[in-house]
Every structure is written in structure tokens, then in C-alpha cells.
Design a protein around this ligand. Structure first.
Ligand SMILES: [Zn+2]
Length: 451
């Protein structure tokens, strides 16, 4: 039969067979999943150069690759990275994109969670629009996952990774079969992303980190731990039930500061069946499990800070929440106008803060991360003003202002540092971040004692 539509090659999917539980009978069977092979999307992007420049090279342009590895290879981690230890990779590092894997749960229907995998280039981290940054790979219904599914997906991601490192279209498919598709067969052995047709000029990529939120991280790396019991953290073995190694202990003498685990120690102590499926991915160490700062900070801790401060300041200004929030809203609008920012929320009302059963003020779920951030900036300015103008010079107010000052320093450094952070800037950001947590803990304890 004559097919009048040419297959749209660059974004044609590949089929991956995964062991999944079926929806109907719960039996585990091999099911075909469509995926966009990252190396093929990478090659396709290269044909649309403007998009490749944006999504893969970021705003620094073609020299970004060489600059990135130059910085990374000086670090302790960099010294054991394949780009450092393998001569042929090292020789082409000016053409090698630092590669990030990402996975997350996503609710598609009210009751159905999907696990979604995507990739991005570390160089495009500072592109504002997420659609230009993270590229879809595949998604699987959470309910259908078995213990075999993730390792299979990981094996397939590793296969992609090998191709990206080789900078060459593969001769065989993932199942080591000849390509059925004539287009792919014709590409076998050709460079992935080269202007001249020579492999030497082709772009490729190499792993530097995997990003996931806490919940996702536990699943991906097979940590036998969860939020309610057992171990929580692969970096320090702290867990929420522990008095000595509690992850929410931010005092200088906190136990987990003394129980930090190196990658070698992780490998030596974690039993084989519990080891992360990434363990044989060249370049992976536990330190490359990058936290998603959007989740960790703006969707998590910053919501506590904002909720608490909105309640604090409302009560301080007006004596009650309703009037206090109105007054605070009026001040917020003035602050936004002064700093040429959009107000991004329609008003402050008690519903913006939600009260947990323990009467704990927290910013509502629907307040987006970007809005939470802006709100925190405003609240920082308020807390500092209250002390500077002498409206409240109590120790509580001063410690609160200190906390928010550290908070501002922390984010100013992260914001200004772009891709390359000096060691002293990193240490400084870490110091300020830790001070925020430390003061917050002390203030919370203070409030708790005061009732
Ligand atoms: Zn930890």
C-alpha cells in the first residue's frame, strides 16, 4: 500500500517492552510502551539549530560544554568522572553536553498517578520556560509498576546514554536486533549531531546528575526507606523517628552533620538488592542525586515560612488575622508596585493560609512556587523593616529578621551565580541556607513554648 504521508522521522517513537501489571487482571505481562528515545530527540533537535542552541547549549552558546567540563573536572567528583578517566571522552569534551535525567510522579486523572521520565541539558538550567528545558521520554501508570519495571527503564536509559556518549546512531536496536525501520537502518553508524558528517564534529552527551523530589528519589534508587519510618537520607542516614539523627535538627551540633556518608561507604553498606539501579551508570554517585529546588524549597519549606510570617505579621499589625491580612495585602501591593512586579495573587484572605490540624499556618497548595518565592521576598522586606523602623525590636522579631536576611542572601547567591559557582559562593550559599533553617527551628520552638 502506498503511504502518502512520510513518517515524521525525527519524533517517531520507539517501542519499549516493559514488565507491567495489567489494569484488568493484575497479571504481570510484557507490554509495549511508546517512548521518545533521548538520543533521537537530541539528533532531531540538532536539525532545528535554534532550538538545539536554546534547549541543549543554553544561553552560553557552543563554548558552554568545554567550560562546564573544565570546571567540573577540577572538583573531587570530576576526577573520577568518565570524562576525566576516559581519554576518548576527554578528547571530545568541547562537544559533550552534560546530561540530566529527571523523573517524577504526575497525576493525570483524579485517581491515576503516572511516573514520567524526562531529560535535560545541565547547560539550559537557567532557561525560564520549562518546556524549552525538559524533554519528555516516557510515562508509565504508577499502578502498573512492578519491581522489574524500573530496572528495565534504567537499562534502556543507560543504552541511550551509551549512544549519546558514542555520538553515533546505533547499529542495532535496544533488543540487539537489526533495525526494521529503513530510516533508522540507514542512519546506523552515522554521527548524531554533526554539521560536516564527521563523528569528530558531532555533539554528544554524558551523565552528570539525576533529579527527583524526595518521594521519587526513594523509588528510583530503591531506598528501603519512607517518610514514616526507617532511614530517610542516603547522604547522612538521618530519619524522622530518630532523636540522634533527625533530619529536621538544624542545630550546629546536629547528629547528621557527623554521619555524612561517602559514595564508597554507600556502596560498601547497602545490600546488593537495595542498590540503586544507577550504580553501574558511569559517573553516578549518591552526590549526583540532585534535589529539585522547586520541590525542596518553594513547594516545601518556603510554604511554612510564608504561612507563619503572614500569620505573625497580621497579628502584629492588627491583632487579628482578617484585618491583618487585609493590611498586609495593601502593603504587598505597594511593594509589588515599587519593585515593578505583578501582584500574582488576587488578595490575601484567611484561606491563603491553611491550618493543619495542629493549627500550623501553611501557604495553600494552589499558591504556585514562583508566587511563593515572590511572597517570601516581600515578607523578608517586611520582617526587616519592622525591626529597622523600631516597630518591634523584641528578640523574636530580630531573630525573625535575621532569618529572612539570610534567606535573601541565600537566594541572591543562587540567582546570580548562573551555571558556574565558585567554591566560596557555594560555601556561602550553604551557610546562609543553613542559618535560615537553624533560625526557623529556634523560632518555631519559641512559638511552641509560648503556646
Ligand atoms: Zn541527609
Amino acid at each position: 500500500m502506498h503511504n502518502k504521508f512520510k513518517p515524521l522521522y525525527p519524533l517517531k517513537t520507539q517501542t519499549l517492552w516493559l514488565k507491567l501489571k495489567s489494569w484488568e487482571n493484575g497479571r504481570v505481562e510484557d507490554q509495549a510502551i511508546s517512548c521518545l528515545a533521548p538520543y533521537e530527540v537530541f539528533a532531531a533537535l540538532f536539525r532545528y539549530r535554534a532550538q538545539f542552541d536554546k534547549t541543549v547549549l543554553g544561553h552560553r552558546g557552543p563554548t558552554a560544554c568545554e567550560d562546564y567540563w573544565g570546571e567540573l573536572l577540577q572538583s573531587d567528583y570530576g576526577k573520577t568522572h568518565p570524562v576525566s578517566t576516559e581519554a576518548d571522552l576527554n578528547a571530545c569534551k568541547h562537544r559533550l553536553v552534560p546530561w540530566v535525567w529527571h523523573s517524577d510522579g504526575s497525576r493525570v486523572f483524579a485517581t491515576t498517578e503516572y511516573k514520567v521520565f524526562s531529560w535535560s541539558s545541565q547547560l539550559s538550567t537557567f532557561i525560564e520556560n520549562i518546556l524549552n528545558q525538559k524533554i519528555y521520554i516516557l510515562m508509565v501508570p504508577q499502578e502498573c509498576l512492578t519491581s522489574k519495571t524500573l530496572p528495565e527503564i534504567m537499562r534502556w536509559l543507560k543504552w541511550n546514554e551509551e549512544i549519546l556518549k558514542s555520538r553515533t546512531h546505533p547499529e542495532l536496536d535496544f533488543y540487539l536486533q537489526e533495525w526494521e525501520d529503513p530510516y533508522r537502518a540507514a542512519l546506523a553508524g552515522k554521527p548524531l549531531a554533526s554539521d560536516t558528517g564527521f563523528i569528530d564534529d558531532s555533539f554528544g552527551a554524558c551523565f552528570v546528575s539525576i533529579m527527583a523530589d524526595l518521594k521519587e528519589k526513594l523509588k528510583i534508587h530503591k531506598f528501603p526507606w519512607n517518610f514514616h519510618a526507617h532511614l530517610l537520607c542516603e547522604w547522612c542516614n538521618a530519619h524522622t523517628k530518630s532523636e540522634i539523627l533527625n533530619p529536621f535538627d538544624f542545630r550546629d551540633e546536629a547528629g547528621w552533620l557527623k554521619s555524612l556518608v561517602s559514595h564508597q561507604e554507600y556502596l560498601a553498606t547497602v545490600p546488593a538488592h537495595r542498590t540503586s539501579p544507577l550504580v553501574d551508570l558511569p559517573g553516578w554517585t549518591i552526590d549526583r542525586n540532585v534535589l529539585d529546588s522547586l520541590h525542596a524549597w518553594w513547594m516545601g519549606f518556603a510554604k511554612d515560612i510564608a504561612g507563619t510570617l503572614m500569620q505573625d505579621l497580621s497579628l502584629f499589625y492588627c491583632g487579628d488575622i482578617d484585618n491583618g491580612l487585609q493590611y498586609l495585602w495593601w502593603r504587598y501591593k505597594a511593594w509589588c508596585k515599587q519593585h515593578k512586579r505583578r501582584t500574582c495573587l488576587k488578595c490575601f484572605r484567611p484561606g491563603v493560609i491553611c491550618y493543619a490540624p495542629e493549627d500550623y499556618p501553611l501557604l495553600q497548595d494552589y499558591v504556585k512556587a514562583a508566587h511563593t518565592r515572590q511572597l517570601c521576598q516581600f515578607l523578608a522586606a517586611e520582617c526587616i523593616r519592622v525591626v529597622e523602623d523600631g516597630l518591634d525590636t523584641s528578640e523574636y522579631a530580630r531573630m525573625r529578621a535575621s532569618m529572612m536576611w539570610h534567606y535573601q542572601q541565600h537566594w541572591r547567591i543562587l540567582h546570580d551565580s548562573d551555571l558556574f559557582m565558585t567554591a566560596s559562593a557555594a560555601a556561602s550559599a550553604q551557610h546562609h541556607g543553613f542559618c535560615v533553617l537553624k533560625y526557623y527551628q529556634e523560632l518555631a520552638y519559641w512559638s511552641y513554648c509560648e503556646g
